[in-house]
Design a protein around this ligand. Structure first.
Ligand SMILES: [Mn+2]
Length: 285
């Protein structure tokens, strides 16, 4: 298939509606292969309708979702873990409705929920069992497990933990999502951490340390794309950035200042950087 380049719609807020149709059109015209769509809590019919609008624009798509305390795969409470399995299956159904074959994100544990202790072997085991059970019912949809930085995730905040979890899950449709923003905070080396994801790598999100314009910050994109090429990566490369376009969403993600004059500028400059990098390392299809 070859690498495809996507733009995360999270830059415009937590939900894609008809108000974003003009933005989607601009993204397609800019030359993106597809978009990444937040689907947590969005009804299937709405996702199907969005899928049809994306079809008309020639945009492929991936999905992004998350877990909360009520549906926490790492919870010690068996009832919560059962609910987590149902939630993950629902995310897979949502991805299917949208026409996506991957839903990624912090689906290993509750987003920004921090028990006052370090995670242990039993927490990883619980999350692994939930992810495996959900993947068995996820149809053709791949579940993408994304480690986040320590301020946003408790269970998983680096490549080593992600590899440990995915080894325990041991399911072909549970893969790793690697986001350069989180790795830049947590790892000794962002590129080496990407390389160590190895066969588990299923999805790549490129994002700056400050979440703004790619190439303007501290993420070492030359080394990152060299590592992706050595892995012969052939999945999606999704440009991820955040803004205060939706003020409540910006508050939740602690985006307190403008990172770019406009979201479309971030999208255009991101595509330019990613394409140049893919061409440089020979990954452009
Ligand atoms: Mn991400």
């Amino acid at each position: 298939m070859g690498v495809r380049v996507g733009m995360s719609m999270l830059l415009w807020g937590p939900r894609v509606t008809e108000e974003h149709d003009a933005v989607l059109e601009e993204i397609a015209e800019a030359g993106y292969d597809g978009v990444e769509v937040p689907i947590t809590g969005v009804p299937g019919a709405e996702l199907e309708a969005l899928g049809r609008r994306l079809d008309a624009l020639g945009l492929a798509r991936t999905a992004v979702g998350f877990c909360t305390e009520e549906v926490d795969p790492a919870s010690p409470d068996p009832a919560v873990r059962s609910a987590a399995i149902e939630h993950l299956v629902e995310l897979a159904r949502g991805a299917e409705a949208l026409g996506a074959d991957l839903v990624g994100g912090p689906i290993h544990s509750a987003y920004a929920h921090f028990p006052d202790r370090a995670p242990g072997a039993e927490d990883f085991q619980r999350a692994a069992e939930v992810l495996h059970a959900a993947a068995e019912r996820a149809g053709g949809v791949t579940l993408g497990v994304e480690f986040l930085n320590r301020f946003e995730a408790w269970l998983l905040s680096c490549t080593s933990q992600t590899v440990e979890l995915l080894d325990a899950v041991d399911h072909p449709r549970v893969r790793a999502v690697f986001d350069t923003h989180h790795a830049h905070i947590e790892e000794d080396s962002t590129a080496e951490a990407l390389a160590r994801m190895g066969r588990h790598l299923g999805h790549l999100q490129v994002s700056e340390n400050h979440r703004g314009v790619l190439g303007a910050g501290q993420v070492p994109f030359d080394a990152v794309f060299d590592a992706a090429a050595r892995l012969r990566y052939d999945g999606w490369v999704v440009v991820e950035s955040f803004s205060r376009e939706d003020p409540a969403f910006g508050n939740g993600l602690r985006i307190w200042r403008s990172l770019s004059p406009s979201p479309m500028l971030v999208a255009r400059e991101g595509l330019q950087l990613v394409r140049a990098q893919l061409a440089r390392v020979g990954l452009l299809s």
